[in-house]
Ligand binder design. Structure first.
Ligand SMILES: NC(=O)c1ccc[n+]([C@@H]2O[C@H](COP(=O)([O-])OP(=O)(O)OC[C@H]3O[C@@H](n4cnc5c(N)ncnc54)[C@H](O)[C@@H]3O)[C@@H](O)[C@H]2O)c1
Length: 249
């Protein structure tokens, strides 16, 4: 057990899988109490049970304002305050050309990846103002910095949340709320095959474009999310931190 987040309370969205799961475990290991939010209630329960008493599973669809308000109320009931929000929940459409992406797919990725982040931040800011500050970390993507073909709608969602991060870093600075984002490169999670698409050999082709020679692992992202939420990052706000083995250089 570490103490880098001792006495802090964190909400992690989409914490039932992949990066969010790793972030929830890492925060709890460093002394935080963690609200494990996921639209998949069973996944949230599994992760919270594995963490133990310092985690609370909460069913929450981040596209729904009411769900988020309920989740913040449940976090306050369980742990008394909210210091950290990690906007991690995200979805993508299958890698395919512009003209093959349906309006329903476009609406879905924007609802979860952009509206969900916006509503999540609105849900916690009043609490953070009450306690004199906080940290918001949003999972963006290298897709929002160095976009490549086949993921046009998804890439646009990540550009949007990078911009939102910078806007709110300035707007919420007087409240002592720091707002940063992480831009992971392709990461080994259940979402990865959808990003890469069905063509054979995509994984190896992608790895060849990463100077450090591998995909990201969820723990690479969790360790960066830990740093950004910790006291060590006290003078960082508005940063989009690439965790990409040099891919965006
Ligand atoms: N995997 C990658 O290659 C990669 C790279 C860069 C950025 N990202 C981003 O990282 C974040 C996490 O992705 P991951 O790869 O860990 O994916 P994942 O599919 O393993 O986990 C995402 C979790 O979010 C949950 N979720 C989906 N919609 C939700 C909603 N409406 N409300 C609440 N929870 C919801 C899912 O149930 C799932 O548990 C996403 O924002 C994704 O865009 C992923």
């Amino acid at each position: 057990m570490g103490e880098r987040l001792k006495d802090k309370v964190a909400i992690v969205t989409g914490a039932g899988s992949g990066m969010g799961e790793a972030i929830a475990h890492t925060y709890a290991r460093e002394g935080a109490k963690v609200a494990v939010l996921d639209v998949n209630e069973q996944a949230a329960q599994r992760v919270a049970a594995a963490i133990g008493a310092n985690a609370a599973p909460i069913a929450c669809d981040v596209t729904r304002h009411d769900d988020l308000d309920r989740a913040v109320a449940a976090t306050l009931k369980a742990f008394g305050r909210v210091d950290i929000l990690v906007n991690n929940a995200g979805v993508t459409h299958v890698n395919k050309p512009l003209m093959d992406i349906g309006e329903d797919e476009f609406d879905r990725v924007f609802a979860v990846n952009v509206k969900g982040v916006f509503l999540g931040i609105q849900a916690v800011v009043p609490q953070m103002r009450k306690t004199g500050g906080g940290v918001i970390v949003t999972i963006g993507s290298t897709a929002g910095l160095r976009p490549r073909p086949g993921l046009s709608a998804y890439n646009a969602t990540k550009g949007a949340v990078h911009n939102l991060t910078k806007t709110l870093a300035v707007e919420l600075a007087p409240d002592k709320i720091r707002v940063c984002a992480i831009a992971p490169v392709a990461t080994d999670t259940p979402l990865l095959p959808t990003f890469l698409g069905p063509a054979p050999g995509q994984r190896e082709k992608f790895i060849a474009t990463v100077p450090l020679g591998r995909l990201a692992e969820s723990q690479d992202i969790a360790d960066t999310a830990l740093f950004l939420a910790s006291h060590e990052a006290r003078f960082l706000t508005g940063n989009i931190v690439e965790v990409d083995g040099g891919r965006c250089v």
